[in-house]
Design a protein around this ligand. Sequence first.
Ligand code: HEC
Length: 122
Amino acid sequence: MKKTILLTILLAALASCNDSDTVQDIETPTTPTNPTTSITYSKNVKSIIDANCISCHSSGRSAAFRPLTTFAEVKAAVENSGLLNRIQLQNGQQGLMPQGGRMSQANIDLIVKWNTDGLKEN
Ligand code: HEC
């Protein structure tokens, strides 16, 4: 009987520790695309280019003439080779990148915002 009472008190104490502060901390979102933070190559852009472009745009591949494997290369492609136009073409339009089909609108928007934010590396 005594044990049961002790256990009940212990459980009640534990439950009261688990107040709403703790829950709120866990639920606070920290998304990398928070509109108030600027987009950078290292943080946001590189992973998209790696996943969608370098299978062709790297040495030994079909588009090796325009590599997209470093910050400097991707920045130059935005500034001089129409990268932003290419990714915003519609499916079926001549010149669309990636050739296989348009990326998600979220990825496209992020790269466009990278340019608006000043093409920062970090
Ligand atoms: C399946 C292969 C392939 C993929 C994947 C691909 N590209 Fe291309 N890309 C090419 C080829 C081939 C060319 C050259 C022909 C042309 O200009 O359309 C090219 C041309 C380009 C050009 C013009 C380069 C210049 O100097 O004229 C840009 C910019 C470009 N791609 C960006 C991208 C981006 C950004 C991605 C990813 C979102 C991507 N490409 C994905 C094959 C690919």
